[in-house]
Write a protein that binds this ligand. Sequence first.
Ligand code: NAD
Ligand code: UD1
Length: 341
Amino acid sequence: MTILLAGGAGYIGSHTAVSLLEAGHDVVIVDNYINSSPAAVDRVEELTGRTVTRYRADVTDKAAMTAIFAENTIDCVIHFAGLKAVGESGRVPLRYYRNNLDTTLTLLECMAAAGVKRIVFSSSATVYGDENPVPYVETMRRGGSSHPYGWTKIMMEQIFEDTAKADSDLSVVLLRYFNPIGAHPSGRLGEDPRGVPNNLMPYITQVAVGRRDRLTVFGGDYPTPDGTCRRDYLHIMDLAEGHLRAVEYAMAHTGTEVFNLGTGTPYSVLEIVHAFESASGVAIPCTIGPRRPGDLPQFWADPSKAERVLGWKARRSLEDMCRDSWNWQRQNPMGYGENKE
Ligand code: NAD
Ligand code: UD1
């Protein structure tokens, strides 16, 4: 099959590309590199010994996307292309609504015009909002969000559902990711945020490699066993393999289906720090600071539907996640080398 990865040069897309290529599929990557580097695609090719068809284009550019759909026979689309920094989304909400909604609308319109009927979408655990009890189950209603990024995911899920309702041939798989960390075990691919990392693991690895002095733990007085927030961290290669299963599912079904991709086991911020320290042998200086606005005390997935329906289960351990994150950062202290700091 030929799979188009919109935003495929990014953290999740590049690892997914490796899994798809290794499974024998062909991959077309469309990315404007607003938050990634073409070097990631070079490394996908190097790791797999396969060639990726690639386009530098904005997924909101309908003329460019129409031409890409005309030049390639696409069996399925995976839509990763979006902006994802929660704090920034509050400062420039229109940029987030414009980019995230427009990439989705443009892809769906181009797919309709080209007769492409299968799409897998990068949604997020954030759509459960703060009203649902843990663990989150797919049957729960979507909640609201405290930030525009979260609202874009909620709105895009609705757009997909409505579009699939109106076209009975369309197949939509909404994947609600929990907290992906880790890297390809080779250390050649990994997470390379621009500027100061928002997310926990890249911050820890940048402290470990000497780019930052110390980690600030956002809040030590939550109602959790050690007072720090708990999340469901999963290995990026497990997440990548989940996309392979989701594409296979999309090829065989129609309508909309939602899956949590997580391990079902929460770890606290301090547990992650300690696991990283023992996997890497590097001490991470920490200070407990104030809570980060909008953070929930704890959430994790009920991942049983993905196992039951997709045959997917996260297999890699927290030790694997920490070792591979460190292996990537140690080998690539400045990531892909295009950070403008
Ligand atoms: P990323 O920023 O590394 O990847 C997104 C990619 O999309 C980047 O390569 C970026 O350059 C590209 N892109 C953005 N807007 C584009 C546009 N208009 N045209 C072309 N390319 C565009 O992020 P990621 O971590 O790989 O996340 C992928 C998707 O998964 C995003 O939609 C994100 O919201 C979602 N998600 C991520 C996480 C996470 O923890 N990483 C959690 C839940 C959901
Ligand atoms: C955040 C987003 C979420 C998004 C996800 C993946 C918020 C409120 N939520 O989730 O919408 O889908 O990223 O991009 O931003 N932490 C520290 N110090 C740090 C960084 C993080 O203590 O320097 C803590 C956080 O408080 C949190 C945990 O580490 O408890 C994980 O943080 P992060 O990696 O940002 O993920 P989420 O908060 O789950």
